[in-house]
Design a binder for this molecule. Structure first.
Ligand SMILES: [Zn+2]
Length: 248
């Protein structure tokens, strides 16, 4: 059986049999990977902290014929991202990002842009709060999936879209002007419109985040969460935790 190797990000694990875990990764070379990490539940496991959510690593694995699960041979840590999990807020957001990635990636489907986006959002050298990292990831993820439409011109009449008068349908895809859009659609206020345009035109570290109030960030989060729910046809499980956290 040929060993395969890829950079990957750990999404989650769950116990399997007495000593093993099933690990789910988002890999650069193979899309989502689900595999058995043998002995990972033992105290002295050679997997160490590589199976913590959001660890960036090199995974070596092999696939078995007619078996759903791969076998994880070894994992070498490239960046632990442990600092992200140090606080309650950070661990909630890590779980949220893991669920987002898990829902939007498929086994065997490479998604290089999403992989690079994820690494950029997790960059430990960025001095950015989680709320901003999450908005950047969600908005771009929805864009890459074709859900969040470009906001330059109306999808029906072609006129340039003016801030404060933009509507998008529940499934995304089309941004409409005031004349073509209107009731029953999601609307973007001027803040959301401007913020989304900044997100689409800059790297995460270059977006002038300080120009937006916390409320504006939350409003974009609400819009994104509606689009995510519409696209997946269900709400995210971790969305509830974040809502509670934001009410504290
Ligand atoms: Zn129009």
């Amino acid at each position: 059986m040929a060993l395969k190797s890829s950079e990957a990000i750990t999404l989650r694990t769950y116990p399997f049999r007495e000593a093993d875990r099933i690990a789910v990764f988002f890999s650069r070379g193979y899309g989502k990977i689900r595999g058995i990490a043998r002995g990972a539940r033992l105290l002295k496991s050679h997997f160490g902290s590589t199976l913590e959510p959001m660890s960036y690593l090199r995974v070596i694995f092999f696939e078995r014929e007619n078996q759903e699960l791969a076998v994880i041979n070894s994992c070498d840590l490239l960046e632990s991202h442990a600092a992200h999990r140090n606080t309650l807020e950070g661990s909630y957001y890590c779980a949220y990002v893991a669920e987002l990635l898990s829902e939007f990636t498929q086994e065997g489907e490479v998604n290089e842009k999403l992989f690079r986006l994820t690494l950029a959002v997790l960059d430990p050298n960025l001095r950015l709060e989680w709320e901003m990292r999450a908005r950047y990831l969600e908005t771009w993820l929805l864009r890459l999936e074709g859900v969040f439409p470009p906001l330059q011109q109306c999808g029906r009449c072609g006129r340039a879209l003016r801030a404060g008068a933009v509507y998008i349908d529940g499934g995304g895809q089309e941004a409409l002007c005031r004349d073509c859009g209107g009731s029953g659609r999601l609307s973007l206020d001027a803040d959301q419109h401007q913020l989304v345009r900044e997100i689409f035109s800059r790297k995460i570290g270059a977006v002038p985040w300080g120009q937006w109030s916390r409320q504006a960030l939350k409003n974009l989060g609400k819009l994104n969460s509606k689009l995510i729910q519409y696209h997946l046809e269900k709400p995210l499980k971790t969305g509830r935790f974040l809502k509670e956290l934001n009410q504290c």
